[in-house]
Structures are given as C-alpha cells and as structure tokens.
Design a protein around this ligand. Structure first.
Ligand SMILES: Nc1ncnc2c1ncn2[C@@H]1O[C@H](COP(=O)(O)OP(=O)(O)OP(=O)(O)O)[C@@H](O)[C@H]1O
Ligand SMILES: [Mg+2]
Length: 278
C-alpha cells in the first residue's frame, strides 16, 4: 500500500494494521477489542477469497485488511475485476472467505452457521446488488418491504413513504420487476436496502444505471442516512462525482487495498484513477 496522508481516524479504523504497524490490530480473537475496531461497522482482516481451484483459480481478494467505520460513508473504487463486489459480498456475509476473517460490528461471521448469518443479514445489513436481485414474482412494494417481512416486521410507514417518494416509485409500487425500467428496478433495489434502516448498507454501484438527477438524489439520501441516522454506508462506484459524496474512498486494485483518500473531491479521485492508469 502506498503511504497514506490520512487522518488518525482513518489510520486506526479504516486501514487497520499497516505494513509499518502490524500490531495496531492483531489477528487473534482479542483483536476486535483493540483501538478503533469497536468503531468499525464492518471489517475484513487478512481476507482472502479464491474462486475455483488449480490453474484456473482466481484470487479475487488477496489479503485485504480494511475497516469500514461506523457512521461514515465509504466509497469503494477500482478497475473492473479488481474485487470490489467480492469484497462487499464477503463483508456483508453473503459469501464466505477462503481465509481471514470478516466482522460485522464485533461479530465474527466465521463463527456463525448459515441460519445465524441469514438472521444477521436481515437484521443488520442492507444490500444493493450490482444486478438488483429483485424477486420477479413480487411487486415493487413487496420487494421493498421484503427484508422487513422476512424478519416478521413492517417497515415504518413514514420511512416507506419518504423513500418511495424520494425515489419517485409511487406509481410503480404494484408493478413487478419485468414491468419496470432498469433505472426503476435499481431504485427499488435501493429502497429495499434502506427502508428497514439497517446499521450497515452495502451498495454495489447503486447509481450506475440512473439519470444524473435521480443519482444525485440517491447519493443525497445515502449521505443523510449517515448524517441524520448514524447508518454506515459502503458504496461501490466508478463515478468520481459519486465518490465525492463519501467521507473517504478506498481504492482496490488486483484484490488489494491500494490507497485510501480522505475527504475526497471529484478531482482528487480522478487524479488517483489516472495514477492507476485506468
Ligand atoms: N463466482 C465467481 N467465480 C469465479 N470467478 C469469479 C466469481 N466472481 C468473481 N470472480 C472473479 O473475481 C474477480 C473479482 O470480481 P469482482 O466481481 O469482485 O470484481 P469487481 O471489482 O466488482 O468488478 P466490476 O467493476 O466489473 O463489477 C474477477 O476476476 C472475477 O472474474
Ligand atoms: Mg462488481
């Protein structure tokens, strides 16, 4: 990793251990109680994810240690195929690491069986998938309410109204995904992740298919989820203007954390991207 001119907060909570200071967060079970770790909404420690085996195997995450601080907005950027979606899936407990550990708060996901993992995801995590992953047989409204329904709750009517009107989905609520445009499906996916007000929202390119206005509204909404409700957001984006809404940007290259930029502007993000030669 290149030298990083970041704040103390980032050094302790985003970067976790560094090559220079490997003891900041040890990798034993007590590691979660060390400075900074309690402030992490989610964290990967020595995370390796390998797909396949033998000569055709791909190392999508190559010893990644990163903490996503609680109550902050983190953007994740990097070239296509660099491991961003894999990092999100493993951090959110949607996929298991090959080695290393993933935490949500202080919960070590490797200690949970599949049923416990499902419960944790329902109760504490919202996820906007890169490919939307809406349930085709359910209407937009049923999709939006699904995470709450599955945990036997109903989302607050006020929050549902607010999210639906902000995303201009009011007249599409009773349509199924096949009857919605790509942008409308994406907005339903965003609404679904946010409406239960989970502690951590992972959003994989949530504005990728949206017009500028709707994209800005979603980014503003994610920002206010952090600023007003103390939620933690981790968002993959390829757009420097979207990344500029975040508190910091994590750059992933070849399955590794390459750099972290604090208080990003679109220009500083562009400079790093140019430095990556992509
Ligand atoms: N299920 C899978 N089986 C095999 N290889 C996979 C699988 N999922 C991802 N990969 C590989 O892992 C690497 C990282 O993929 P990943 O989807 O995490 O990239 P990404 O950074 O999200 O890319 P993009 O910006 O295109 O979405 C790629 O080489 C990809 O081909
Ligand atoms: Mg991806």
């Amino acid at each position: 990793m290149s030298p990083h001119p970041h704040s103390d907060v980032l050094d302790s909570t985003v970067l976790g251990p560094t090559a220079q200071d490997p003891d900041v967060l040890d990798r034993g079970s007590e590691g979660t109680h060390r400075a900074g770790a309690d402030d992490a909404a989610a964290m990967l420690v020595g995370a390796v994810k390998r797909y396949g085996s033998g000569s055709s195997s791909v190392v999508a995450l190559d010893d990644v240690t990163i903490a996503f601080p609680a109550g902050r907005f983190t953007a994740v950027m990097g070239p296509s195929g660099s491991g961003k979606s894999t990092m999100m899936h493993c951090a959110a407990g949607l996929d298991r690491l090959s080695s290393g550990r993933a935490f949500v708060g202080n919960t070590d996901l490797s200690t949970l069986d599949d049923r416990e993992l499902t419960t944790l995801r329902r109760e504490r995590i919202g996820f906007v998938f890169q490919a939307f992953n809406l349930v085709p047989t359910l209407t937009a409204e049923e999709n939006i309410c699904l995470p709450s329904t599955l945990s036997g709750r109903r989302p607050s009517a006020a929050v549902l109204d607010q999210v639906v009107s902000m995303l201009r989905l009011g007249d599409r609520l009773h349509h199924r995904p096949t009857e919605l445009s790509g942008g409308q499906q994406q907005r339903v996916a965003v609404a679904r992740a946010l409406v239960a007000r989970p502690q951590v929202v992972f959003a994989d390119e949530p504005t990728g298919n949206l017009d500028t206005r709707t994209g800005q509204e979603i980014l503003g909404f994610l920002r206010s989820a952090v600023d007003l409700h103390g939620q933690s957001i981790v968002m993959v984006t390829h757009d420097p203007n979207a990344a500029a809404w975040a508190d910091h940007v994590v750059f992933v290259v070849d399955g590794r954390v390459h750099d972290v930029v604090d208080r990003p502007s679109a220009d500083t993000v562009l400079d790093v991207m140019k430095g990556l030669g992509r």
